[in-house]
Ligand binder design. Structure first.
Ligand code: UD1
Ligand code: MG
Length: 437
């Protein structure tokens, strides 16, 4: 798919004031990844010259994106003080190629196939146009007799212009000469006192340049300007992710109630029941995740989980049964049964071991976390605690109600048994009541 004579620049220097957040807009996450990640990923499918314009919190954005893409992308810093606006963002840009695709960085739903449609129009400028009654936040495109005349920003528009439902999608393909000629001619005499990239359209049209509108779907071009846009975009992306995995054979019950992040993967036959959420780089292989369970960055293979279980990061479960109200964190369980009400943290538990209801690893001493190792075929009775660090070897029995503070050797029984007290009729004496036979 790579079109080797195309440069792409993504605008990501703005603060995103409408988000009402200290986090720069393009670092807000949808489905587990920062929104800028998605447009870079799609851009790299088309070009080997992808640049990002940064400004507000430039370092933060640069280092985060380098974690994903290394040195395959280039960063450019905008002089936000002297040249604010989407036009100012391109001021010191020196593209490698003659054809340049400009993308706003707040459009995480864009896909490479959609971008490709702007590349082959044989015009000086191709621009994305949307037809939608949901006009809020978009510049209006003035088109007469099929000719694009200009873009008027919402904040600069009068009532008549605001009524138009032909919107600027925010993606443009320019010939290099267009940017060279018109960027220096942009002025900031508008409502926002910014250098609008969109003014290039008016200037180029005056010189009879060929401008082609390329119509797109609003679901692919959705701009994120506030938290409402963010929530709506996340819903669209979440549906795309689920559709992808459904087509790959994952069974989902009541799909609208399920949430799967972009970095999650499935293999083999998996079943997800209603209300399941799976986060981070979780990998689910031939497993059944029952209703309302939460799985974070864990590997689950040939296992059944839940209902109402919580697997926290770095849990690795194989051939394991986890039941309701069981929390597992940073633990490796192989062939284990933990059916009810437990906390298993920083542990390694081996094949054939049965964890009774109400088992707790006391892995934190107030200062440090400690680990627990439990061998094969251990039978752990209900309502027991192990105080870590601790090791229980193979073939042990831990009696119900025990608190284990010492290592247990292979084959041993361990049992805490306090002195039992039975007082006949104590209830009636204590509450000064009579027993009714
Ligand atoms: C922009 C368009 C609007 C279009 C809409 C589509 C302009 C003037 N307006 O408006 O016509 O309908 O996108 O979503 O272009 N940015 C910079 N430097 C800046 C300012 C912004 O890099 O100085 C970046 C932002 O980080 C953002 C992108 O450019 O990723 C768009 O900026 P934003 O303020 O969201 O523009 P809109 O008001 O959405
Ligand atoms: Mg925007």
């Amino acid at each position: 798919m790579k079109n080797l004579s195309l440069s792409i620049i993504i605008l990501a220097a703005g603060k995103g004031t409408r988000m009402q957040s200290q986090t720069p807009k393009v670092l807000h996450k949808i489905c587990g990844r920062e929104m800028l990640y998605y447009s870079i990923k799609e851009s790299l499918k088309l070009s080997d010259d992808v640049s990002i314009v940064v400004g507000f919190e430039a370092q933060k954005i640069e280092s985060k994106m380098k974690e994903y893409f290394g040195n395959t992308i280039t960063f450019l810093e905008q002089d936000l003080k002297n040249y604010p606006g989407t036009g100012g963002a391109l001021k010191n840009y020196h593209p490698k190629y003659q054809k340049i695709l400009v993308l706003n960085g707040d459009m995480p739903l864009i896909q490479a196939e959609e971008l490709e449609k702007l590349l082959d129009t044989q015009s000086d400028i191709a621009m994305s146009v949307l037809e939608s009654p949901n006009t809020y936040g978009y510049g209006r495109v003035i088109i007469k007799n099929g000719e694009v005349l200009e873009i008027i920003e919402e904040k600069d528009a009068n009532a008549e212009i605001l009524n138009l439902s032909t919107l600027n999608g925010g993606i443009y393909c320019f010939n290099k000469s267009i940017l060279e000629n018109y960027l220096p001619k942009l002025r900031n005499n508008n409502a926002q006192k910014e250098y609008y990239l969109t003014d290039i359209i008016f200037l180029a049209k005056k010189d009879s340049k060929k401008i082609t509108p390329v119509y797109g779907q609003i679901n692919n071009f959705k701009g994120i300007n506030d938290k409402l846009d963010l929530a709506k975009a996340e819903e669209i992306l979440a549906n795309r992710i689920k559709e992808y995995w459904l087509k790959k054979g994952v069974r989902m019950r009541l799909i609208d109630t399920i949430y799967i992040e972009d970095s999650v993967t499935f293999e083999g036959e998996c079943i997800l029941e209603n209300g399941v959420s799976i986060y981070g780089d979780s990998k689910i292989i031939n497993s059944h995740i029952k209703a309302h369970s939460i799985i974070e960055s864990s590997i689950i293979e040939n296992s059944d989980i839940g209902p109402l279980a919580h697997l926290r990061p770095q849990s690795i479960l194989r051939k394991t049964h986890i039941g309701n109200f069981v929390e597992v964190k940073k633990s490796t369980l192989n062939g284990v049964k933990a059916g009810h009400l437990s906390y298993i943290g920083d542990s390694e538990i081996d094949e054939g071991t049965n964890v009774g209801a109400g088992f707790i690893t006391c892995n934190y001493d107030g200062k440090n976390k400690h680990s627990t190792k439990i061998g094969k075929n251990v039978f752990i009775g209900s309502d027991t605690q192990v105080v870590s660090p601790i090791c229980i070897e193979d073939d042990c029995i831990i009696g119900a109600g025990s608190t284990v503070r010492q290592d247990i050797k292979k084959g041993e029984l361990f049992l805490t048994k306090g002195k039992e007290i039975v007082k006949k009729g104590f209830f009636y004496e204590f509450f000064k009541k009579k027993s009714i036979e």
